[in-house]
Design a protein around this ligand. Structure first.
Ligand code: GCU
Length: 411
């Protein structure tokens, strides 16, 4: 049987070696009472959310004292005339004069005849990797410190099928994740936390996490989107891939304005169960040379990482915090590091809470075959291939979004 290796952190990829585990009971309050209806689940929800804050994702920052939105550019015929493209500066200020900025890139379908639903999320690197258009501002410079920045445009266009998204009549809003927290262990001093915390608190960064900052940033993007008449901000989805998939899951738990939560290849600390020791584990994440465990998650998580069976929660409960809204969880066949089977297990195990609300959980305990999307209110898709976010993922997310808002697909 696999034992977490404290010397060379070798991952386990053998199903038969996984130590037996039991997930915490879903329909149970944090103080041990049985939950039998949605009202009881709602009453317990704040305590469950707080447990996830304390153990894994850190505290929720408030809104800043003041926000200002400045239109930096508008192009009416972007993507061969399919989109109106805007760049909007989001400025967050505190009464003591501290401020912080991010730049949001927004595509609105040019053919829209009224306000449109919107996908909201973050990009790795910067806004200029989403598209190869020459006139998009380069953002995310704060990530340059650890080489997670490039000036090459369009390097992640495969992850953003803009034309298809526009044709299906959804808007898309993105910011660089580095704009909220530069993704490296010293990112604190250039992160959004610097306007809320004292230098001493920043040095200690107790109960604060990069994932928390990223999730907060997506909520602030939605605040801005709510002010735009072209956007139907009551119909917003949050999406994210990989570490940003962990982020979208957390953002959807914290911010119930998002009606659909799209979680892609989120793996450990995302949709994969903490207790299932397959691929990356909380412990291996903490030992990662890039130090992810030191700033993506709380210090508390580092303390408990070696003994996940002692955690008060597991990730199926985080997925359940989405209910009664919709969730779409995706995996990829070759992405074993993220434990695709485990991602399915958590999603299936969250089902009883969706059921309390009359929503449809996943039907089968067994993971579906590759490239066969399953589910509606709770959906799952296992794409053939590597750790990535591709058009076939987006097609399922767009189907899930149309289902969520009761709209017939535009194409
Ligand atoms: C690493 C990390 C994962 C993470 C991934 C990513 O592989 O171990 O937890 O999801 O990076 O964000 O690309």
């Amino acid at each position: 049987m696999y034992v977490q290796n404290t010397v060379d952190w070798t991952a386990n990829y053998n199903e038969s070696e996984i130590p037996p585990f039991t997930l915490p009971e879903l329909l149970r309050t944090v103080d041990g009472r049985e939950i039998t209806d949605s009202a009881q689940w709602e009453a317990n929800r704040p305590a469950l959310l707080q447990t996830f804050r304390d153990v894994m994702y850190g505290r929720r920052l408030p809104r800043p004292d003041k926000v200002e939105y400045t239109l930096l550019s508008e192009k009416k015929d972007a993507i061969d005339g399919l989109a109106v493209r805007r760049e909007i500066e989001l400025k967050f200020s505190m009464n003591d004069g501290r401020s912080h900025k991010a730049v949001m890139l927004l595509y609105i379908p040019a053919a829209a005849s009224g306000p449109v639903p919107v996908f909201t999320g973050l990009t790795f690197i910067g806004n200029h990797v989403v598209s190869d258009e020459e006139d998009i501002r380069m953002t995310g410079h704060a990530g340059a410190l650890l080489n997670s920045f490039t000036r090459v445009r369009g390097v992640q266009t495969r992850r953003f099928p803009l034309a298809e998204i526009m044709k299906r009549n959804f808007a898309l809003a993105v910011c660089s994740y580095h704009d909220f927290f530069p993704d490296h262990i010293g990112g604190w001093y250039q992160s959004i936390f610097r306007i809320f915390m004292t230098p001493e608190e920043l040095a200690e960064h107790k109960n604060a996490t990069a994932i928390g900052a990223w999730a907060w940033g997506i909520s602030r993007m939605l605040d801005c989107l709510e002010t735009l008449p072209e956007i139907d901000a009551d119909k917003a989805a949050v999406f994210g891939h990989s570490r940003l998939g962990k982020t979208s899951l957390w953002c959807g738990a914290e911010d119930t304005r998002f009606k659909l939560v799209c979680v892609n290849d989120s793996g450990c600390g995302g949709a994969a169960p903490d207790r299932r020791l397959f691929g990356e584990t909380l412990y291996t994440m903490c030992r990662n040379p890039a130090g992810y465990g030191n700033y993506w998650f709380t210090h508390t998580m580092k303390d408990v990482a070696l003994t996940p069976e002692k955690l008060p929660v597991d990730q199926h409960q985080l997925i359940a915090l989405t209910a009664p809204r919709s969730i779409a969880v995706h995996s990829a066949t070759e992405d074993l590091w993220a434990d695709p089977k485990g991602e399915y297990l958590s999603t299936w195990s969250a089902g009883p809470v969706f059921k309390l609300y009359g929503k449809k959980p996943l039907e089968s305990e067994s993971q579906p075959a590759p490239d066969t999307p399953v589910g509606t209110d709770v959906s799952y898709f296992l794409r053939t291939g590597k750790h990535d976010l591709l058009l076939s993922d987006w097609q399922c997310y767009m189907d899930a979004f149309d289902h969520t808002i009761g709209r017939t697909p535009a194409v």
